[in-house]
Design a protein around this ligand. Sequence first.
Ligand SMILES: Cc1cc2nc3c(=O)[nH]c(=O)nc-3n(C[C@H](O)[C@H](O)[C@H](O)COP(=O)(O)O)c2cc1C
Length: 211
Amino acid sequence: MSNVLLVTAHPGSSSHSVSLGMADKFLETYKTNNPNDTVTTLNLYSEEIPLIDGDVLSAWGKFQAGQADQVTAEEGRKVARLGALSDQFVAADKVIFAAPMWNFGYPPLMKAYMDGAMVVSGKTFKYTDKGPQGLLTNKKAVILEASGSHFTGTPIDAFTHASNHLKGILNFVGIQDVTVVKAEGLAQSPDKRDEIIASANTQAANTAASF
Ligand SMILES: Cc1cc2nc3c(=O)[nH]c(=O)nc-3n(C[C@H](O)[C@H](O)[C@H](O)COP(=O)(O)O)c2cc1C
């Protein structure tokens, strides 16, 4: 039995979002094939994802200086929330991400989640004399991404910071088994939109079948 976490970074719903629609198709197949697994959805747009702001930096500084008693209630609340989010990420055996491409990256709450919950020194990676080492081995991940342009195999492929960034972070924390499924060219090729969505949904379901 696996503990599965779906992280969505979209303010909308799957009736309008291609990436969330892919997540629906993925989960449909996954749950059919793995009825005893625990699947939790973390919607980054409906739950509190603290930014690493002045409160968080201040709290970390106080903890490091041995002044935990001076951490304010608000600072402590934000740090505890980030701790709970990273605990949830670390506890997952398999993680699925679904997000649209926005300005070559992902919506900002995905960055907040990467910063606050995924890249945590001593918890998801550690520094060694040979360089940083990821601590989350034996996990796998899938990234479901939708974009208006078509990037793969084109001269603008180097601009796909979205999944490249997230995949890099996953690899950094030790998760090497990462599959990326893309619905590309949704705005670029409006006449092929339905075809692109159908193909991406099929790829998402096929990936779920062997996840
Ligand atoms: C704020 C915003 C920024 C976007 N930036 C990009 C972009 O940089 N590259 C791109 O190919 N598409 C871009 N798009 C188009 C979306 O990636 C595309 O509409 C995709 O279908 C969104 O996924 P969704 O259907 O899950 O919302 C952008 C859309 C929005 C709303």
